[in-house]
Design a protein around this ligand. Structure first.
Ligand code: ATP
Ligand code: MG
Length: 387
């Protein structure tokens, strides 16, 4: 009898001819998540199995795997040889463990992928159910609402389990290429990064800080957010860009009500250069339609106008509450709400324009030649591999 983690994939199974590529990537990610735990990982007939993990490491392995994008769910199971006696004995053992916690009703689910096996799935359910009732007369079968769901899968071995743990879903990291996330210290942008990493993007992250108007601790907070995010997304290449000179130039030379939109355009321009250097084909922001003045449709259009890479805004249709729920789930919320100022908030005008006209914005931006400032900001950018 062997402890096996039985791993089901999500959307990857919908793939056609390129499915082996996605499966290979998923297995790479699983091996990475389990590295150091002495696991062997193999794939067979639409399932992935991880075995050889010590009893003490099992919980850690499960925690790591629930974060791997591309996994739909997993079941800690016992893998046994396909003899009927062995299957019955193991199943009984498993049900006894569950019943020890006070559960009294059960149902058997069977799946026979090995068509050579001498019983079909219906017979397995019936015979195994009977065997359990004979040995544990205190239990009863409930086919609609069982407390114990006993599953048996007949494959290369027989796999027996009672739990199905939901995992992150999505597509394996790296299968969609790379995107550059504009990462602030707020609640939204880490969630935006999470959502697109879940669709298979590897992440670079770009953060703008305005020392001394923003503090060292505000920067540390962003590094910490990137670290938490990286526990889901894998390594993040984080760029910390000094933005003070550009912000002051906007502040000193451009119409106050347009400073926010102009600042966002400059952020996008710099992020686009970094994205191209990193091989990223899209920019990602945490913007949500109408959330603040810089996120009206007009403002978003004015921001897009500054760059030619596509800008992904996965939160565009999300309410703050929806975003917050995801932030809690992925563990970034508590860090995000630490009260350190962001460069956006330090220089915020009292009456920002909510419906900027593109022609006006372009004209205002042309009041300053930013090219050398952009070069300096890029030259002084620090880069760190996080996670
Ligand atoms: P968040 O919670 O992500 O900070 P927000 O509601 O505070 O969002 P804004 O401050 O307007 O919104 O920022 C909108 C988006 O712009 C952010 O989600 C992020 O993608 C990007 N952004 C804002 N400030 C910065 C920054 N200092 N560095 C990098 N990107 C930033
Ligand atoms: Mg913000």
């Amino acid at each position: 009898m062997e402890n096996v983690l039985l791993i089901r994939y999500g959307e990857v199974h919908l793939k056609g001819l390129n499915r082996p590529y996605f499966e290979r990537k998923l297995i790479e990610r699983i091996k990475l998540a389990l590295s150091g735990l002495n696991a062997t990982v193999k794939r067979e007939q639409g399932r992935i199995y991880a075995f050889g993990i010590g009893e003490n490491d099992n919980e850690k392995a499960i925690d790591m795997l629930t974060r791997v994008f591309g996994i739909h769910s997993l079941s800690p199971s016992y893998g046994v040889e396909k003899g009927w006696d062995t299957i019955c004995r193991t199943a009984l053992e498993v049900v006894k463990q569950e019943a020890a916690g006070g559960k009294r009703t059960f149902k058997v689910f069977a799946r026979r992928s090995d068509k050579q096996f001498f019983m079909n799935s219906q017979s397995i359910c019936r015979e195994l159910g009977g065997y359990i009732l004979d040995n544990m007369p205190e239990l009863s079968v409930d086919i609609h609402n069982p407390e114990i769901c006993l599953s048996v899968e007949i494959r290369d071995m027989a796999y027996i389990y009672t739990k199905e743990i939901p995992c992150a879903g999505g597509m394996p990291t790296g299968t969609a290429g790379r995107g550059a996330l504009l990462l602030s210290g707020g609640i939204d942008s880490p969630v935006a990064g999470y959502m697109l990493a879940k669709r298979g993007l590897e992440l670079s992250a770009v953060h703008f800080y305005s020392y001394p108007y923003t503090s060292e601790r505000a920067r540390d907070k962003v590094v910490e957010l990137a670290r938490i995010l990286a526990t889901h997304t894998g390594t993040i290449k984080l760029h910390l860009v000094p933005f003070t000179e550009i912000q002051l130039a906007i502040y000193d030379n451009c119409p106050p009500k347009e400073t926010t939109v102009l600042m966002r355009r400059l952020m996008m321009r710099i992020a686009e250069i970094i994205a191209r250097q990193d091989g990223a084909l899209a920019l990602i922001t945490g913007e949500s339609l109408g959330q603040v003045a810089s996120q009206t449709l007009e403002s978003l259009c004015a921001t897009n106008d500054a760059v030619s890479l596509p800008v992904f805004r996965p939160l565009i249709g999300f309410d703050k509450e929806d975003i917050t729920n995801v932030a809690r789930k992925i563990g970034t919320f508590e860090t995000s709400i630490q009260p350190y100022e962001d460069c956006c908030t330090v220089f915020v005008p009292q009456h920002p324009v909510t419906k900027p006209r593109l022609a006006d914005i372009r004209k205002s931006e042309a009041l300053v030649d930013f090219s050398e400032m952009i070069e300096r900001a890029l030259k002084d950018t620090e880069v760190a591999e996080i996670g």
